[in-house]
Design a protein around this ligand. Structure first.
Ligand SMILES: [Cu+2]
Length: 157
C-alpha cells in the first residue's frame, strides 16, 4: 500500500516535470513579447515619422517612448530601393536578418510589427510599448541590416 502511494507520487512528480519542460516560454517571434503588442489605431498617443534612405539609414535612428504609449510610426521611403521597418529585440532582428539572407523574397506586411515600403511610398506601424527596455528597429532587406540599417527605441519611464 505504501509502495503504491510512493509510486503514484513519483508518477505525479514526473508528470509535473514534463509539463515544466514542455512549457518554457515561447517568447521571441510574433504576437506578445517584451516589445509590447499591436496598437489600437484609435488609441494612438503620438505619431513618429521615420524616413528610410538608400544610405541604409533610418532618420531619426533613436526614438524614446514611455511604457504604455501607442505610437503610430509613419515610415517614409525616400530612397530608390524597397526598404522595411521591423520592430523587435536585437536578438529577434539578428535572427530574422539571417532568415532574410536565405529567403530574399520574403516580405513582412502581414506582421503587425513590420512594414515593407516601396520607393517614395509611406507605410505605417501602430505599436503599443508595454515594458521598459531597449528595442531595435531594422530593415531586413538582404544586406541592409548588416550595412547598419538599424535604430533604437528606448522605452523608459
Ligand atoms: Cu533597407
Amino acid at each position: 500500500m505504501k509502495n503504491e502511494f510512493l509510486a503514484s507520487l513519483l508518477v505525479l512528480a514526473l508528470a509535473g516535470a514534463s509539463i515544466a519542460i514542455a512549457s518554457p516560454g515561447h517568447s521571441g517571434g510574433h504576437g506578445k513579447s517584451a516589445l509590447g503588442e499591436p496598437g489600437d489605431p484609435k488609441r494612438v498617443t503620438r505619431t513618429v515619422e521615420v524616413r528610410m534612405n538608400d544610405q541604409m539609414r533610418f532618420l531619426p535612428d533613436r526614438v524614446s517612448v514611455r511604457p504604455g504609449e501607442t505610437i503610430r510610426f509613419v515610415v517614409k521611403n525616400i530612397g530608390e530601393l524597397p526598404h522595411e521597418m521591423m520592430l523587435g529585440t536585437e536578438q529577434e532582428l539578428v535572427e530574422h536578418a539571417k532568415v532574410m539572407q536565405e529567403n530574399p523574397g520574403m516580405e513582412h506586411d502581414v506582421e503587425p510589427n513590420a512594414v515593407t515600403v516601396q520607393p517614395s511610398k509611406t507605410g505605417e506601424i501602430v505599436w503599443r510599448f508595454t515594458s521598459a527596455g531597449t528595442f531595435k528597429f531594422g530593415c531586413l532587406k538582404p544586406g541592409h541590416y548588416e550595412a547598419g540599417m538599424v535604430g533604437t527605441v528606448s522605452v523608459g519611464r
